[in-house]
Design a protein around this ligand. Structure first.
Ligand code: NIG
Ligand code: FE
Length: 411
């Protein structure tokens, strides 16, 4: 599946996979030099001298682009999982623990311990066919701890095989030490806009600036102020929008020309229309609703019909979506969001590449793009989401290098 074509996928074009039967591609210096049928590619003079990797008729597609993760965190929150099952809501838990619980643990953790945990996670991402991972800070919420996370993004990007796109999410929630004080939130926002954002920008630690705009986090007006400060310092905006309550965050994302707005469970018709006309990607995170046991999935079909650029991501994080499996997200997209397997695959590759503004290099298998490839041990691409919770990724290739190796088929 090449996912070739121009521009992001909207409406019907979300189903075009650009399938080549019995296909092959030629890689030079980590970049795709030719792609077509096996007969065509093997006849190229350059192909004769090339090292050959036989995929044995399996299904090959662009590596998944996971455009929304909270990669760096110190520990799981399995204890809250049990509380949720017993009936506590995410917001009830958030008042006593939740994100603040993860902040406490992260501040106490060493860089080495965080790096070890993230490195293990990245290996697993690769094992599920993911080749690019966006990573947000947001469990530090003070100058030293936020910088600790963002520096780890940079180190990990340099040292391990997956591509990491760094996002500053200092505006995840107001940290405990600023709460219950006069103008506490305003003081924290001033710390973000006057100190942290300039510092992150001067050390070139993040490409994007994100805000959790929701009940219990930041208001629309506060989000605007923070994202505009980020923009001034060269960080493109993206937003956690309309997850728990409708705040107007999706429209704010459109107004600011954000790269993406993510979650969108609570969008209304007018938000859907606005996203349909905009270049801001609508990134859906069905893993959250699944993990929280919620029936309120985002209206994917309406967004697609309105012409929105729909993408899918894991939202890998300890509070709402502890999964790093894009194939599992595809399964949820199919059964819960009513997206077809083809639509889900396009949303998790080419449209997700647009959400990270990396579409020139990743997201499809085309000449000139990076050779980022996921190979699945299936007979038909639809079997990737069909076999839910079963790992069929057979090989993962990043910039032409095999980073996850063949293994026995699980079926
Ligand atoms: O994307 N919504 C905000 N942030 C995360 C959850 C973070 C957490 O609970 O630790 C999310 O769902
Ligand atoms: Fe998130």
């Amino acid at each position: 599946m090449t996912l070739r074509g121009r521009g992001p996928r909207r409406g019907n074009s979300l189903s075009n996979l650009g399938i080549i039967e019995d296909g092959a591609l030629l890689v030079r210096d980590g970049v795709i030099a030719a792609i077509g049928t096996r007969a065509h590619v093997e006849a190229l003079p350059e192909a004769r001298a090339a090292e050959k990797l036989e995929l044995g008729g399996r299904v090959a597609l662009p590596g998944f682009v996971d455009s929304h993760t909270h990669l760096i965190h110190a520990a799981s929150r399995a204890e809250e999982y049990e509380l949720k099952i017993e009936g506590a809501s995410y917001e009830e838990i958030a008042r006593k623990g939740g994100i603040l619980n993860s902040v406490k643990k992260l501040r106490a953790a060493t860089s080495e311990a965080l790096k070890k945990r993230a490195t293990e996670a990245l290996k697993k991402f690769a094992g599920y066919g993911t080749t690019t991972v966006e990573a947000k800070s947001g469990y530090g919420l003070d100058v030293a701890s936020e910088l600790k996370i963002l520096k780890l993004h940079k180190e990990l990007a340099a040292e391990q095989t997956l591509e990491i796109v760094s996002t500053f999410l200092g505006a995840h929630v107001v940290p405990a030490e600023f709460r219950g004080k006069a103008a506490g939130a305003e003081k924290y926002i001033a710390l973000l806009t006057e100190k942290l954002i300039p510092e992150v920008a001067s050390q070139k630690l993040a490409e994007f600036c994100d805000v959790f705009c929701d009940r219990g986090a930041f208001t629309r007006a506060q989000s605007k102020e923070i994202l505009e400060a980020g923009k001034k310092f060269g960080m493109a905006p993206r937003l956690h929008a309309e997850q728990l309550s409708r705040t107007g965050a999706a429209k704010l994302a459109v107004e600011l020309g954000a790269a993406s707005c993510d979650h969108l469970e609570q969008v209304n018709k007018s938000d859907i229309r606005a996203l349909g006309k905009s270049k801001t990607v609508a990134t859906l995170l069905p893993g959250c609703d699944f993990h929280l046991g919620s029936q309120e999935y985002a209206p994917a079909r309406e967004l697609i019909d309105a012409g929105a650029i729909v993408a899918l991501a894991t939202d890998y994080n300890p509070g709402t979506s502890p999964t790093l499996s894009m194939p599992m997200i595809l399964s949820l997209a199919c059964t819960q969001l009513r997206m077809t397997p083809a639509e889900a695959i396009a949303a998790a590759t080419i449209n997700a590449a647009h959400a990270l503004r990396r579409e020139k290099n990743i997201g499809s298998l085309e000449v000139g793009k990076q050779a980022d490839i996921a190979v699945f041990e299936v007979a038909d691409y639809r079997e990737i989401p069909y076999y839910f919770g079963v790992d069929h990724c057979w090989m993962t290739v990043k910039r032409g290098r095999v980073i996850h190796v063949p293994k026995e088929s699980p079926i």
